[in-house]
Design a protein around this ligand. Structure first.
Ligand code: SF4
Length: 208
């Protein structure tokens, strides 16, 4: 009941919430999601157009030396690890899946650099497949603030959310919480006075 109320407020507040990472294909979304670790979506969106012009397909990523790719993605941070993940992911996608990003959680998790969060982003946004719920820092924080979970581990948070949120809502729900985390429910200074969820929120760090 309370969860249903939260969902209907989120629908009013963020009816069109969607993924902020620009992409044209599932592969491009996988690349952008790997790059987005510890980096803003804005910065990733600045880097990817040039990157995809230089390396248009998974085959191009699979063939580039890691140290060369690391230079091209330097501004996203953690570039050595990300370059290793991207080349590894490309090689697996090319060798095992004929250049197509796979469509199941199990297959996605076999791709270097893709944990559940990345897999959920790609499956949900690129393919519309609700295999789970994306749990990033915003989803984790707001789910705890709204008592949808008491856990801190993303996998356990995701399990809690999957029990509370109806499956047809899984993809939109995480987009909405991420939008809320950026617009009002920030980590340090949430703007609770403007939040429609205020009456339903008992967060200790609420500011109103
Ligand atoms: S009332 Fe404040 S802490 Fe609670 S969900 Fe809204 S913005 Fe976040």
């Amino acid at each position: 009941m309370r969860a249903a109320e939260i969902l209907s407020h989120l629908d009013r507040m963020y009816p069109n919430a969607t993924c902020a990472l620009n992409h044209r294909t599932p592969w491009e979304l996988l690349v952008a999601t790997i790059l987005s670790a510890q980096c803003t979506d804005k910065r990733v969106n600045e880097v990817t157009p040039g990157l995809f012009a230089q390396y248009p397909t998974p085959w191009d990523f699979a063939a580039v030396p890691t140290e060369v790719l690391a230079r091209d993605i330097r501004s996203t941070g953690f570039f050595n690890n990300k370059a290793k993940s991207l080349v590894g992911a490309a090689q697996r996608v090319v060798k095992e899946y004929g250049g197509e990003v796979p469509k199941t959680m199990e297959e996605m998790l076999s791709i270097p650099g893709a944990a559940r969060k990345t897999a959920n982003v790609v499956l949900g946004t690129a393919y519309g497949i609700a295999a789970g719920i994306v749990v990033d820092t915003h989803v984790a924080r707001i789910s705890r603030r709204l008592d949808l979970t008491v856990n801190t581990d993303p996998v356990r948070i995701e399990q809690d959310l999957m029990e509370i949120v109806p499956e047809p809502r899984w993809i939109l729900f995480s987009h909405q919480l991420i939008a809320h985390g950026r617009a009002l429910c920030m980590a340090r200074a949430p703007e609770c006075e403007q939040c429609e969820l205020n009456a339903l929120c008992y967060a200790e760090d609420k500011r109103a």
